[in-house]
Design a protein around this ligand. Structure first.
Ligand SMILES: NC(=O)c1ccc[n+]([C@@H]2O[C@H](COP(=O)([O-])OP(=O)(O)OC[C@H]3O[C@@H](n4cnc5c(N)ncnc54)[C@H](OP(=O)(O)O)[C@@H]3O)[C@@H](O)[C@H]2O)c1
Length: 315
């Protein structure tokens, strides 16, 4: 029987890449992977082709290219790239283009990688955290949530996927341990004693594969994924064990975090504050046992560290 094609946006990146590899590693499975990229000749695109993916061009800012890339597919994985441009409006527009292309191509099951609209719990008038870019509390959350309705309004059969903080941020996003003036390593988070829902990025794609495998059972549903819920102290303790050097937890207030001045510090400060202050809501939507039920190889932080500790840059 012909395999059903899943068209994957962001296939050369973290979430989409995990999904493409999950599809390709299940040789006897029902799906074939179609990897969408802006450059079919890049090393990453060629590597996906070598693994067995169909590689096609597509850009989330170009709805016609998406329509073409989605044509003939059963499923579509839709994700946007906030940190590539830092524009919430552009992110919402990209999501709209994917919803329109999914509708035009008759996609039978889309997964939209979204987040909560934090303004439902912290309205713009709420002084607990600053309003950013005029209309948002956490722009990369709120802009994604704002786009949910494009999928529903157009009647695209969609599963709404709430993702979690990647452990890879310790490697690529400057979130890893830093040495203080005393020479000691510390991770800095404004989370108090609250737990951060977090995950190995590759496991998001594997979980998405689990969603497609469930058939249409999860269409119209919102599902969340996390590898573990960890306090800053637990993250520091796991790092200490893995690195063989003490890593402390530097617990700062969200105001202090926002003042750090790196690009996106205010946004990240608001994001962590939301996760800290709405712990039950946020972590409750990202159940670890449910995540493991759809992805039995879900990694713990300790497992991830065993494989990745050498990649964490230390000064
Ligand atoms: N960092 C975190 O902790 C975290 C956690 C949860 C969710 N997120 C969200 O994850 C999203 C990004 O997903 P990701 O981490 O999987 O991305 P990623 O690893 O940064 O990869 C992005 C890939 O998407 C492609 N891409 C970039 N711009 C594109 C465009 N205009 N059209 C089509 N493809 C484009 C690029 O591929 P080509 O160059 O091959 O086209 C790139 O390889 C963000 O919106 C972020 O908010 C991040």
């Amino acid at each position: 029987m012909a395999k059903k094609i899943i068209a994957v946006v962001g296939a050369t990146g973290a979430q989409g890449g995990g999904l493409v590899r999950a599809i390709l590693s299940d040789k006897g499975g029902p799906f074939a992977a179609r990897a969408i990229t802006r450059d079919v000749n890049s090393d990453k695109a060629r590597e996906l082709a070598r693994l067995g993916a169909e590689v096609v061009p597509g850009d989330v800012d170009d709805v016609q290219s998406l329509k073409k890339a989605f044509t003939g597919a059963y499923g579509a994985y839709c994700v946007t790239f906030f940190w590539a441009h830092l524009s919430p409006e552009r992110e919402t527009a990209s999501a709209r283009a994917m919803a329109e292309a999914a509708k035009a191509a008759g996609i039978q099951h889309a997964i939209w990688s979204t987040f909560e609209d934090t303004r439902k719990w912290v309205p713009l008038s709420d002084p607990r955290m600053p309003t950013l870019m005029g209309s948002y509390k956490v722009p990369h959350f709120d802009a994604k949530a704002e786009a949910d309705h494009f999928f529903t309004d157009l009647g695209v059969p969609t599963t709404f996927l709430l993702t979690s903080f990647y452990w890879e941020n310790l490697i690529y996003f400057g979130a890893g341990p830093k040495r203080g003036p005393d020479g000691k390593l510390a991770i800095t988070l404004p989370m108090g004693d609250k737990k951060l829902a977090s995950i190995a990025a590759e496991d998001i794609g594997k979980f998405a594969y689990g969603i497609f495998n469930k058939g249409r059972e999860l269409v119209g549903k919102t599902v969340g994924v996390a590898g573990e819920h960890l306090t800053g102290a637990q993250i520091a303790a796991a790092l200490t064990k893995a690195l063989g050097e003490e890593v402390r937890y530097n617990d700062v207030s969200p105001d202090v975090y926002r003042s750090f001045g790196f690009p996106g510090a205010d946004e990240m400060g608001n994001m962590f504050q939301f996760k800290r202050d709405f712990q039950q809501l946020y972590n409750g939507a990202r159940d670890v046992a449910f995540s493991r039920s759809l992805n039995p190889s879900l990694q713990t932080f300790e497992t991830w560290l065993t494989k990745n500790k050498e990649r964490i840059p230390l000064e």
